[in-house]
Design a protein around this ligand. Structure first.
Ligand code: ZN
Length: 305
């Protein structure tokens, strides 16, 4: 996933609609990334109050008609809507609690396109050159199954992190340095992890699984497991073996000008791959998952549009 550095324009998504939600009604969603579909046992959704996306802080809006808030089964479009919506609300509440006066760079409300076509990808953009401003998610078939990037709380909160950082430090968005791009990717990963920790049941599970040692490989450190599984179907060495990126790793900072990547990217892909790769060190040193000088891997080595 990536931020898409395009011309800065401010316009709203034409098909956006405010979801009809009620804080008292429950919806089903994922506690964390739903993971590799081959994982046994399969993850079980949790039930949470229906989110109000257009509320403060940091309102967002998913394009299209919002389904009625109730419990839906995984695999349905309605479930995917609320998996995304609850992740957005969770992320906005978290970051809004830290920076109460924050407003989006793209306008009062952050537009979200839940399925913008075929791709194993997601991105944030200010808009322009054919892209509406906001968050874009996609779907793609791999291994006989269709994957939806907007269904993953990790992916949603990573992209939300790009929008948050753009709101805090807009100067970084188009900065012509790979260090700024790498920091953006790192911030997105940290946004995913810190937002996941807002879910109490997830915190308890991570503490149990790691026995309280948070710099162990865990559901917290593994980012976007499901998208990683989809990418590995055709590109088995493009991402980590158990996720898209894992915050528990042994990467250390290197001058980006001297970075070399074993995947031998084509020239048109090189700069963005380097920015993702260089984000690895940054995330680990400041993430709760890694108190040691480690870093996250790139969120999507091949999610390069
Ligand atoms: Zn990204």
């Amino acid at each position: 996933m990536a931020k898409r550095a395009r011309r800065s324009t401010r316009r709203s998504a034409a098909s956006a609609a405010v979801p009809a939600t009620s804080a008292k009604k429950l919806v089903s969603t994922w506690e964390d990334d739903p993971g590799d579909p081959a994982t046994v046992p399969a993850p079980v959704p949790i039930s949470v109050p229906a989110p109000t996306l257009n509320a403060q802080p940091l309102p967002s809006r998913i394009g299209g008609k919002a389904p009625a808030p109730k419990i839906y089964q995984p695999g349905t479009a309605e479930f995917r809507y609320y998996a995304c919506a609850t992740s957005l609300r969770r992320g906005s509440d978290f970051w809004g609690g830290i920076v109460p006066s924050l407003t989006w760079e793209v306008g009062k409300t952050l537009p979200v396109i839940l399925d913008d076509g075929v791709d194993l990808n997601a991105f944030y953009t200010r808009g322009g050159f054919g892209d509406a401003p906001g968050l874009h998610f996609f779907h793609a078939a791999a291994g006989g199954r269709t994957f939806f990037s907007g269904e993953s709380p990790d992916v949603v909160c990573h992209e939300l992190g790009h929008a948050i950082l753009d709101a805090i430090r807009p100067q970084l968005f188009d900065a012509q340095t790979i260090e700024a791009a790498a920091f953006h990717e790192s911030f997105g990963d940290m946004s995913a992890m810190l937002t996941a920790l807002q879910v109490e049941s997830f915190r308890q599970r991570v503490l149990t699984d790691t026995q309280g040692v948070l710099n162990r490989n865990s559901r917290l450190s593994r980012l976007a497991e499901q998208l990683g599984a989809a990418i590995r179907v055709e590109h088995p060495d493009a991402v980590d073996h158990d996720s898209l990126r894992n915050a528990v790793n042994s990467f250390f900072y290197r001058d980006p000008r001297r970075c070399r990547h074993r995947r031998r990217p084509t020239p048109c892909r090189r700069n963005r791959i380097r920015s993702h790769a260089c984000s690895r060190r940054r995330s680990s040193t400041s993430s709760p998952a890694c108190s040691r000088p480690r870093a996250t891997a790139p969120m999507a080595m091949i999610s390069l549009t």
